[in-house]
Design a protein around this ligand. Structure first.
Ligand SMILES: [Zn+2]
Length: 298
């Protein structure tokens, strides 16, 4: 899935000697300290955000590496001349129990770039939208793949806040400067990416969570019915004394289609009914025996 988050650029200024070395490792031309402007960005952290999602703390180092060399564009316009900033260094920082990826980027001074630098310094272009692709999202309550378990992000279960934990960083994308405050909420954009959206995410997107919950409940009833059907068939097959292993019967029954299981249960029930008269006779016999015995006792 592709993730987009909003963050902020922090004005910094002239690069240190070490930073200049890292910048020149990324730049095509050898740049001097006077030619570049350096600023830092807080790319992503491991806290629950407004999408009720958070990056897994263990995913941050991988993301940090993926962001090195990524370029920054201005106001979502996509052309080579707009790719004015480039991340040359990243680091996972831990502060007050929060881990986040901090990035340092540079802009070449001169021409229209100076306007962007001035905007960053003035705090005008400080909002930045960053994007990345994550391989998986799991439910914070039960650890299942998010969307497969019925827990909904943003809701509380026994006081525990449910969120989707984003794992397995796959790729990091260009970042963009967003003019503030017109597009304050523009930073959060989601698009179909490496993973298809599941039904639950679509329900959240289109505001039909209640319908989804209803369907989920009905599906749960269906699964319960299926489990009972499987149990019935296994129990009857076992009572036939076929000498088959219980686990083998379970696995055969599990992979069978529901329609086949229904038919099989029908014929097994019919077969069992054939034995019923015998049971009745035996019962009758037992009754006779009881009578005889009681007679004997008298
Ligand atoms: Zn769950």
């Amino acid at each position: 899935m592709e993730i987009k988050k909003a963050t902020e650029a922090v004005s910094s200024g002239v690069p240190t000697a070490v930073q200049l070395e890292a910048i020149n490792a990324q730049a095509k031309a050898q740049l001097t300290a006077e030619q570049v402007y350096v600023f830092s960005l807080r790319l992503c952290d491991d806290q629950i955000d407004r999408d009720q999602e958070r990056f897994d703390t263990t995913a941050l180092p991988g993301l940090a590496t993926l962001f090195i060399g990524k370029t920054g564009i201005v106001d979502h316009r996509w052309s080579a001349e707009n790719q004015i900033a480039r991340i040359f260094e990243t680091q996972v920082v831990k502060e007050k129990g929060v881990s986040y990826v901090k990035a340092w980027a540079y802009i070449r001074r001169g021409g229209s770039n100076d306007e962007v630098i001035a905007d960053i310094e003035a705090g005008i272009k400080k909002e930045v939208s960053v994007g990345c692709a994550m391989g998986s999202a799991v439910c914070s309550i039960c650890g299942s793949e998010y969307g497969t378990c019925g827990h909904l992000k943003g809701e509380f279960y026994d006081g525990q806040h449910c969120c989707a934990i984003l794992q397995d960083p796959v790729d990091a994308y260009e970042f963009s400067f967003v003019a503030v405050p017109a597009q304050r909420d523009a930073g959060v954009l989601k698009a179909l990416g490496g993973r298809k959206k599941n039904l639950q995410e679509l329900a959240e997107e289109f505001g039909i969570q209640a319908e989804y919950r209803g369907l989920f409940k009905e599906a749960e009833l269906g699964r319960q019915y299926r489990r009972e059907l499987e149990n019935d068939v296994v129990r009857m097959l076992q009572s036939l004394d076929l000498g088959a292993d219980h686990q083998v019967l379970r696995s055969v029954v599990k992979s069978a289609a529901a329609e086949d299981l229904l038919k099989l249960r029908g014929s097994l029930e019919a077969k069992m009914a054939e034995f019923l008269p015998v049971t009745t006779q035996l019962g009758g016999f037992a009754e006779e025996k009881a009578k005889l015995e009681s007679g004997f006792l008298i």
